[in-house]
Design a protein around this ligand. Structure first.
Ligand code: SAM
Length: 330
């Protein structure tokens, strides 16, 4: 077990902080961006890099060892590479990774590598150029794919491709996406769509992991891979003879709450103990009013105390999550 002081009421040891550094994004993914225009955070509302580093350091003093940078789109925030360099040098932080839509990878891959990042997740919901534009609102498939190939050439590992599986949108490509794992050492991760915030998709597009798994079985036998201690919630598999892996994030069909080791820091400086519950603890206010590190640490402990045992997004009496993915960070 990690040596953490962040142990919740259900005896989960939290050592993983996901940090959204901006609520802004250059894409308009149909499953993420809300239908109605929601005002973006002003510059002053967003934590400065210095503030984020401070909060992360407090987290590390409490046992956080793993940080993922996300957004919005993290690579659109000015100064991000300098920030990443500082972050990766914080003593005690063993693992720093990033989730990006890949649009700016091609021109910045060396900057990312020089900043000390070698593990990235890239969102890619289709291999079809036209469909990419339909899903994201931008004709950029070729640019993103070039970025992915450059990341591979620079030996980023693992490169995880995040695919939000959507019925009627990209379910005709599940097999093609899975097949990539034969040609490349990529980790192909099928994510169940989570209907949160003011999503434009509603529940209609739900395509759950068991069905995806069944459909890609035509490619061969899926051999389970045992998760290691630091792994996330993905159920991991490999096709016999493949270079890469297949993963499923069954957030709805088989939630992994009992193993959840995560806390989130939103772009606006809120500690959020569960992606799928709107409870948050404000750390920005106390930070800006000069509270001591001990007091800030107590805010972490309070957030951890409020981590729910599990989410209630699916099934009877399901709840509505108001937070927007781009502000919380997926
Ligand atoms: N802009 C970056 C990107 O596109 O990867 C990082 C932020 S994005 C919110 C992080 C991840 O959340 C992406 O892999 C995205 O596909 C996923 N995501 C966004 N909305 C989602 C939803 N409603 N259900 C499931 N995954 C979602």
């Amino acid at each position: 077990m990690p040596n953490t002081k962040l142990i919740d009421r259900h005896n989960r040891h939290l050592n993983y902080l996901r940090v959204s550094i901006t609520d802004r994004c250059n894409l308009q993914c149909m499953y993420c961006v809300p239908q109605d225009l929601i005002p973006r955070l002003s510059h002053a509302e967003i934590l400065t890099y210095e503030e984020i580093l401070h909060v992360v350091s407090i987290g590390i003093s409490l046992g956080i060892t793993k940080v993922r940078i996300t957004g919005g789109e993290p690579l659109i925030r000015k100064g991000v590479y300098e920030f990443l360099s500082e972050l990766t040098q914080i003593p005690g932080l063993l693992d720093v990774s990033m989730t990006t839509n890949g649009v700016f990878l091609k021109d910045n891959i060396e900057n990312i590598r020089c900043a000390g990042i070698s593990r990235i997740n890239i969102s890619l919901d289709t291999l079809d150029r036209k469909k990419y534009e339909k899903i994201t609102g931008w004709d950029g498939f070729d640019q993103v794919w070039q970025g992915i190939e450059m990341a591979q050439a620079l030996a980023f590992y693992p490169i995880k491709l995040n695919i939000v599986a959507l019925k009627g949108v990209n379910d005709d490509e599940l097999i093609d996406m899975a097949r990539l794992s034969f040609a490349y050492p990529f980790h192909i991760r099928f994510i169940e769509y989570m209907p949160i915030g003011q999503s434009r998709m509603g529940n209609a597009s739900l395509l759950l992991a068991p069905e995806i798994k069944e459909r890609i079985r035509v490619l061969g036998n899926l051999v389970p891979i045992r998760n290691s201690k630091n792994d996330g919630p993905a159920k991991r598999y490999k096709f016999e003879g493949a270079k890469g892996e297949i993963g499923f994030i069954p957030a709805l069909s088989q939630h992994f709450c009992e193993k959840c080791n995560r806390l989130r820091l939103t772009a606006s400086g809120q500690l959020r103990p569960c992606l799928l519950s709107d409870h948050q603890e404000d750390i920005k206010g106390p930070l800006r009013s000069g509270r001591s590190d001990q007091e800030l640490a107590e805010i972490f402990l309070k957030a951890v105390h409020h981590k729910p045992s599990d989410h209630n997004l699916a099934g009877h009496n399901s709840i509505r999550v108001c937070g927007e993915m781009r502000a919380i960070g997926g």
